[in-house]
Design a protein around this ligand. Structure first.
Ligand code: SF4
Length: 277
């Protein structure tokens, strides 16, 4: 069986950076170090961080002392100031691409544009992005929701950094065609679009695809959706153990890719398992 590992597989720049900042902070700090919710959406990476002194808490307001690491997804506007006035140290590991989106939303909101934010309404990045807009904004999850919109004259359209690029273009063009002035911000992270582009090419010629990464990770789930649409035998797994009951006997070529939050050692275990078959 031929095993092909996608070149774009694994940690993106923003996740690598956030992991490093968190581990460095824990290494230097004499007080506890926390993240609000998991630093990244991968249970194995979260366990690794915990073993190295970075714990995850659901609500920072319950913490009495220590340092909070702001995750790559960012936090709602004003959160850092609130944490500091609560007596906590803060280290900001928001991904620079997310910071750019936050700034764009603030800028166009202040200039009077109605802001359309396209993404998953429950994702922490979206909760952060929304908080940088004035009340003059709307959140759209998919094309069906966009079809129901009657935009005002002057709009700005921006997506969650991990949103599907093709879907975003469709939504943006639809909203633009209904407004007088439309600014479309290109906020989809290249790490995401390159990963999606590569899996499209590889999955089309594969007998099976294995996507490795957290089931809660939006970018990993999207990668699996794209692969599934081109290769019906696509498995989204968090660890190699989930492959044990899968039958690879008739598979000649298997493609492996991993989400932006998947540590390399997890992907390597999947490769080792497939090699052992
Ligand atoms: S996927 Fe892109 S935007 Fe998201 S954390 Fe990684 S580098 Fe940043």
């Amino acid at each position: 069986m031929e095993i092909i590992l996608a070149k774009t597989s694994g940690f993106c720049m923003g996740v690598k950076r956030a992991m490093q900042i968190a581990l460095d902070t824990a290494g230097k700090s004499t007080q506890p170090v926390y993240t609000c919710g998991p630093l990244i959406h991968n249970p194995q990476a979260v366990a690794y961080l915990k073993d190295n002194g970075v714990d995850s808490v659901a609500d920072w307001q319950n913490i009495k002392e220590g340092t909070i690491i702001i995750r790559a997804h960012g936090m709602p506007n004003g959160s850092i100031e609130k944490m500091k006035s609560h007596g906590l140290g803060v280290v900001d590991a928001t991904c620079p691409h997310v910071v750019t989106s936050q700034r764009q939303i603030r800028k166009y909101s202040e200039e009077g544009y109605f802001v359309y934010i396209i993404g998953d309404p429950h994702h922490p990045e979206i909760l952060s992005l929304q908080s940088f807009a004035t009340d003059n904004h709307s959140l759209i999850a998919n094309y069906a929701e966009a079809e129901a919109e009657m935009p005002p004259a002057k709009i700005m359209i921006i997506a969650q950094t991990t949103y599907n690029a093709v879907e975003f273009n469709k939504i943006a063009q639809l909203l633009k065609s209904r407004a007088q002035t439309a600014i479309i911000c290109d906020s989809i992270c290249q790490a995401t679009s390159e990963r999606q582009e590569e899996i499209k090419q590889l999955a089309a010629e594969a007998d099976a695809v294995v996507i490795v990464g957290g089931k809660d990770s939006a970018n990993t789930r999207r990668l699996a959706e794209i692969a599934q649409s081109l290769c019906p035998r696509t498995y989204h797994v968090e660890t190699d153990e989930e492959l044990i009951d899968k039958d690879f006997a008739s598979i000649n070529r298997v493609v492996i890719s991993a989400g932006a939050s998947t540590p390399d050692f997890i992907t390597q275990r999947v490769i080792n398992y497939l090699k052992s078959l």
